[in-house]
Design a protein around this ligand. Structure first.
Ligand SMILES: [Zn+2]
Length: 367
């Protein structure tokens, strides 16, 4: 267990730096990471963006694929008075858990990555390049971190981000589509129009027709215009629908427009439809990285991992814009940004094993 407890030791060191963001410019933390790597003979440097440093390190095993493993060293604000187990920046082990701000989000997974780096440099039979980045400024929007740095540094085949994901691979984020549909002076009643559109889309997404609270996946707002009283069962002068839809398919907009037009044509409706692709989903292909990650998680935990997708933001968006293969994989997220944030030490050690396996599988010479 010697090599897995190193992740824990590093995590405690990192947690002890108060890297609350804002202000986010506590550069002793990235400088410490840089010196840890350099002492181990790994080429590392810091890049300063608006007063905030990010650390970049590289292991070169010769020609081949380039993999990036990364995370952020800044943490969310912690109100010391709300913490019971320990103070936010005084790491404490208790009942198999490591407590401290950043334990889960995400100094724990950064430490697992660092420990892997320190081990892997001796590894034989690898090819390609492994790049490690500890970004600053993630908790404040990444202007002084990933957003800037990845404008020029983006030559990666695989990217693994250690955001907390409950030890499940998260394949980036859904895209968003906005649709605006008007049906004019039709002979069809409003309810029929709504129902028809909803059923035409229901296999693409779970659909929530709740006009007050928009759903994460799809919400439809409707406006029924009539000269008389408004009733879903009467034929209106005009029905207007705004549909906000999250999706994972790159061609979802065409599919959705095609299906709605098809339905309305068959109903003999007169209508105008407009669709905007607000954001493309990213990493929609389930590639080698995800396959290897699932296998590594299964081996380390005995669980068959499911794949997560959601809309919360992380630095993944700056990679994914470039159409690269990105997954997020990290510790339990149930206490992040909360008092007494903690992670399981067993999971932390397993995470190191999982990261190690993913990297060596992807960069192995047999690929
Ligand atoms: Zn985070």
């Amino acid at each position: 267990m010697e090599k897995t407890s190193r992740a824990l030791e590093i995590a405690k060191k990192l947690i002890a730096f108060d890297t609350t963001n804002p202000p986010g410019n506590q550069n002793q933390c990235p400088e410490w990471i840089e010196s840890l790597l350099k002492k181990a003979g790994i080429s590392a440097k810091t890049i300063d963006c608006g007063g905030v440093k990010s650390v970049i390190a590289e292991l070169d095993f010769g020609p081949g694929k380039t993999m990036c493993i990364c995370g952020h060293w800044d943490v969310a604000h912690a109100d010391e008075n709300e913490w019971k187990v320990t103070k936010p920046f005084s790491p404490k082990e208790m009942a198999g858990m490591l407590y401290g701000r950043g334990a889960a989000d995400m100094k724990g997974s950064l430490s697992a990555m660092l420990s892997v780096l320190l081990n892997i440099k001796e590894e034989k039979n690898l090819q390609g390049k492994l790049v490690f980045i500890a970004f600053g400024d993630e908790e404040a929007g990444s202007e002084r971190g990933a957003k800037k740095i990845l404008e020029t540094l983006n030559d990666f085949d695989y990217i693994l981000i250690g955001e907390p994901t409950n030890m499940k691979p998260k394949i980036a984020r859904k895209g968003a589509i906005l649709l605006n549909l008007k049906v004019f002076n039709s002979k069809i009643d409003a309810a029929e129009i709504m129902d028809s559109i909803i059923s035409s889309l229901s296999d693409i997404n779970r659909i929530n027709v709740n006009y007050e609270e928009p759903d994460e996946f799809c919400s439809i707002k409707s406006k029924i215009v009539n000269s008389g009283e408004i009733d879903r069962k009467m034929t209106p002068d005009e029905v207007e629908l705004s549909i906000d839809m999250r999706h994972m398919k790159p061609d979802a907009l065409d599919t959705i427009l095609g299906r709605i037009s098809d339905r309305l044509d068959r109903m003999g409706a007169i209508y105008k439809i407009q669709g905007t692709l607000v954001t493309q989903p990213y990493n929609i292909k389930e590639g080698k990285l995800l396959e290897v990650a699932k296998k590594a998680i299964h081996e380390a935990t005995g669980r068959i991992p499911t794949t997560e997708t959601n809309d919360a933001s992380s630095d993944a968006r700056f990679f994914a814009k470039k159409g690269l293969e990105v997954i997020e994989l990290g510790l339990d997220d149930s206490t992040i940004h909360a008092p007494d944030e903690h992670c399981s030490i067993e999971d932390l050690n397993k995470l190191e094993i999982i990261y190690h396996k993913i990297i060596t599988d992807l960069l192995s010479q047999s690929h």
